[in-house]
Design a protein around this ligand. Structure first.
Ligand SMILES: Nc1nc2c(ncn2[C@@H]2O[C@H](COP(=O)(O)OP(=O)(O)OP(=O)(O)O)[C@@H](O)[C@H]2O)c(=O)[nH]1
Length: 413
């Protein structure tokens, strides 16, 4: 099991682009404030002075400020954030309205924001794949590739109903780790697991933010595994092109259950079982019940997690459902963070439990289908790249099947 006693002091800059990126980003910061005992205007809640918010995500001036920039082509979503309870958490220069020649001015703003960073680690970018800002995001990524060659770029990419081949190509070429979340999958998790009758973006964004709170937990609290952005690559990416990571969050228990008198948080094993037996991914891109994996991390979080609970029984269940390739150098990692889970103060959809697990998984099934009619040279090149990537994943799939002598017609017990 990985172990890292040092807190991460490497600054991460977060970009929230377009309506989806901004809404999700804002929700994430709301949760981070709760977790780090910060008031809505970025001051430390009285009596919690010992909990200094982590340097990697917050800068300290008069108050603590998120290291973040919100970018959009119109002001409506940014105005919602600016008029919310959290309006004083951000300063005006953290909002950027795109206009003509905006790319250079955005790059300038980013440069100014990060110029005094001691140990800049890289970017986390939350954005939708099919919004009006997607071509801007592509151009920005291209600039990052030349201006920030040594920095890690991790994306939280929201997928709608269709995928633009060129943006996908660009994303895969330029980002180091892509964590896609499909709106349809998130909607289904809200509806069927959290029992929300008509999930709205607000519900979906809270779930996405909770997932990101877990993904980044060990960057912000002393913990093991995924303690800085670079570790996402080393723990999860076996080959440079294979960087699409599925995310899972458990337990997904409706909030109403936690108000019942006999409510008890599930054990580590019970919490993990749905990972193997049900569709819990935030990114649905395969129909097979088998998981063929290149790498996986199980990221546990909670004050009372006993390492030996993550023991043999769990590993056996996991091996039964998830197959790993012997020849890929990544495999399976497991880490514990002893920070308890948090839920949103208002309108939580999810029950507060004493532990959570977030799985990040690099799977072999890749289904980048696109319905584009456009046949420009650029799109053809992008299509060729995606086809190449698909066959790389397929080759590894057959390798894993052969290595495990799997018969796909045999159902698991
Ligand atoms: N999960 C989630 N998805 C959203 C949200 N808002 C929009 N989307 C999805 O994001 C995609 C559009 O991206 P946006 O970020 O809204 O696009 P934009 O670049 O701001 O462009 P416009 O909103 O058209 O100005 C669509 O697939 C929407 O379904 C949100 O708050 N949460």
């Amino acid at each position: 099991m990985a172990n890292n006693n040092d807190m991460n002091h490497r600054e991460v800059f977060q970009l929230h682009i377009g309506s989806a990126g901004i809404e999700i980003g804002h929700r994430c910061w709301e949760l981070y404030c709760l977790e780090h005992s910060l008031t809505a205007d970025g001051n430390i809640v009285n009596g919690t002075e010992a909990n200094v918010p982590p340097k990697c995500f917050f800068s300290e001036k008069k108050n603590y400020r998120p290291r973040a920039l919100f970018i959009d082509s119109n002001c409506s979503t940014m105005d919602t954030v600016k008029s919310s309870k959290y309006r004083n958490l951000y300063s005006n220069d953290q909002f950027h309205l795109l206009a003509n020649n905006s790319l250079e001015s955005v790059l300038d703003t980013i440069r100014k924001q990060i110029e005094d960073y001691d140990n800049f680690d890289g970017f986390i970018i939350s954005h939708a794949m099919n919004g009006q800002c997607s071509s801007f995001t592509s151009e920005l990524l291209q600039k990052f590739a030349s201006d920030y060659t040594k920095k890690t770029i991790v994306t939280n990419s929201i997928f709608g109903s269709s995928i633009d081949v060129s943006s996908m190509y660009n994303l895969l070429e330029l980002a180091h780790v892509v964590i896609p979340m499909e709106n349809k999958a998130i909607f289904n998790l809200c509806k069927h697991r959290l029992e929300i009758a008509n999930p709205a973006y607000a519900n979906m964004n809270r779930l996405i933010a909770t997932c990101w709170s877990n993904i980044t937990c060990s960057m912000r609290f002393k913990g093991s595994l995924l303690t800085d952005l670079n570790e996402f690559q080393t723990a999860l990416i076996p080959f440079p092109t294979m960087k699409i990571i599925s995310s899972f969050l458990l337990p997904l228990i409706p909030f109403s259950c936690s108000t019942q008198k006999d409510f008890k948080s599930p054990s580590v094993y019970d919490m993990c079982v749905p990972l193997f037996s049900q569709a819990h991914t935030c990114f649905v891109h395969q129909s097979t019940p088998y998981k063929m994996l290149l790498s996986a991390t199980l990221h546990f979080r909670g004050e009372n997690i006993i390492p030996k609970e993550i023991g043999q029984k769990l590993i056996i269940a996991m091996k039964q459902w998830w197959r790993f390739s012997d020849t890929t150098p990544t495999g399976f990692k497991c880490g514990i963070n002893y920070c308890r889970p948090y839920i949103f103060d208002d309108d939580s959809d999810i029950a507060l439990t004493d532990k959570q697990v977030c799985a990040l998984v690099n799977e072999i099934a890749l289904n980048q289908s696109s319905n584009t009619q456009d046949e420009t040279a650029e799109v053809n090149e992008a299509n060729d790249f995606l086809q190449g990537l698909k066959s790389n994943y397929q080759e590894l799939e057959s390798e894993i099947i052969n290595a495990n002598e799997l018969n796909l017609a045999t159902p698991f017990k």
